[in-house]
Write a protein that binds this ligand. Structure first.
Ligand code: BTN
Length: 326
C-alpha cells in the first residue's frame, strides 16, 4: 500500500507560502534549511497534488488560494483527549484501508489524510478525495459488542459530524439522511462508511470512515461528483481550518462513541429524529434484491429505517439506499 506521512518541511513550506506574498527559492531554502533544488521539487510535488502555485522569475512562488495543511500536533492539542492519537498522511489509498491490518487492537486508532487515491464511498462508489481540501478521517474503535448491536453506529457518527459542522453553517440546518449522509438542504455535505469485522467473544472492531466536504468550491464539485454536493466553505463563505474542525469532530465522535459503548443507540434516537431528512417523506429503498416504497416513519432503537408500506404495515430495514420520490 502506498502511503506517505506529511513531512514537517512540506507543511512549513505551505505555511510560509500561505501569506499571499511571493517567496523566492533562496529565501525559502534559507528558512527551511533546504537547497533551492529541494524547494523546487517540493513546489512541483504540491503542483502535482493539484495545488495552484504561481511562480514568476525574479519574484518567486505564491499560493493562488488559501491552504493550511493538516497537522498532527494542532489536531491532538485541540482534541483535548489523551486517548486520541492521530496519524496524518500526505497521501494514502484509503484511510479505511490503512486501518484494516490493525483489526483486533484494543485501543482506538485514528488517521487522516490530505489525499486519497482510492477513496471509497458506500455501495462500492468512489469518494472524490482531492489534496488539502476536505476531511478524510478513519477511526478503528474496538467495542465489546456483537456485530448485530452495531447497526446504529453510523447513525451516531452522523450526529457527531453534524455537531462538529454546525458552527460553520450560518444557522442553515443540517440534516441526516438515513443511514449516513449529512445534508445541507438537498445537497450532500458528508458521508460515512463503516466497515465491520466480527472478532470472537463478542468483540468488534468497526472502522469508521468519515468524508466531509470542507473547502471544495462548487465548480470542482460539479465537475467531479454527480450527486448534488456542497461544502462548508460554500455554506459559510469562508476558508476553514481543517485542523480545528478535525479536532472538534474527534471530540464529539469520542464522546458519542463512549456513550454508545455504555448505552447503545437508544439515547440518541430522539436527537436523530430531530435531524431526520427523510421523516414523513415518500421514499424508495433500494435493498439487495428489491425496491420498496413507503412513507418514512423514522428509525427504530436499533437504527433500522421504518417504512409505512402501501398496505399500512410498518416494516423495518437494516440496510439499503433511500431516495425521495419526487
Ligand atoms: C458515502 O457517503 O458513500 C461514504 C463516504 C465515506 C468516505 C470516507 S473518506 C475517509 C474514509 N476512507 C474512505 O476510503 N472512505 C471513507
Amino acid at each position: 500500500m502506498k502511503s506517505r506521512k506529511t513531512s514537517a518541511r512540506l507543511a512549513m513550506l505551505v505555511s510560509i507560502l500561505n501569506d499571499g506574498q511571493y517567496h523566492d527559492g533562496t529565501e525559502l531554502g534559507a528558512r527551511l534549511s533546504m537547497t533551492r533544488t529541494a524547494i523546487w521539487k517540493a513546489i512541483n510535488k504540491l503542483r502535482a497534488y493539484g495545488v495552484d502555485i504561481h511562480s514568476q522569475k525574479g519574484k518567486g512562488h505564491v499560493l493562488q488560494g488559501p491552504l493550511v495543511l493538516l497537522a498532527k500536533e494542532a489536531i491532538m492539542q485541540d482534541a483535548r483527549d489523551k486517548t486520541i492519537e492521530v496519524e496524518v498522511f500526505e497521501s494514502i489509498t484509503s484511510t479505511n484501508d490503512y486501518l484494516r491490518p490493525f483489526y483486533g487492537t484494543t485501543v482506538p486508532k485514528i488517521c487522516v489524510a490530505e489525499l486519497q487515491t482510492k477513496g471509497k464511498g458506500r455501495l462500492q462508489r468512489e469518494w472524490y478525495s482531492p489534496f488539502g481540501k476536505n476531511i478524510y478521517l478513519s477511526c478503528l474503535f474496538p467495542v465489546k459488542k456483537d456485530v448485530s448491536e452495531l447497526a446504529g453506529l453510523s447513525l451516531l457518527v452522523g450526529l457527531a459530524v453534524v455537531k462538529a459542522c454546525k458552527p460553520y453553517t450560518q444557522g442553515q440546518g443540517l440534516k441526516l439522511k438515513w443511514p449516513n449522509d449529512v445534508m445541507c438542504g438537498d445537497k450532500k455535505l458528508a458521508g460515512i462508511l463503516i466497515e465491520l469485522q466480527a472478532e470472537p467473544y463478542g468483540q468488534c472492531c468497526p472502522i469508521i470512515g468519515i468524508g466531509a466536504n470542507v473547502n471544495m468550491l462548487q465548480p470542482e464539485m460539479e465537475k467531479h461528483i454527480t450527486q448534488p454536493t456542497t461544502s462548508l466553505r460554500e455554506i459559510s463563505g469562508r476558508y476553514i481550518d481543517r485542523n480545528i474542525l478535525c479536532a472538534s469532530l474527534l471530540r464529539h465522535l469520542f464522546s458519542y462513541l463512549k456513550q454508545f459503548k455504555r448505552q447503545g443507540l437508544a439515547p440518541f434516537v430522539p436527537q436523530w429524529h430531530k435531524l431526520d431528512y427523510l421523516m414523513g417523506r415518500d421514499a424508495t429503498l433500494q435493498c439487495a434484491d428489491r425496491n420498496v416504497r413507503g412513507e418514512v416513519q423514522g428509525i427504530c432503537p436499533q437504527g433500522h429505517l421504518l417504512l409505512k408500506l402501501k398496505n399500512g404495515a410498518v416494516q423495518s430495514f437494516a440496510a439499503g439506499d433511500a431516495s425521495i420520490v419526487k
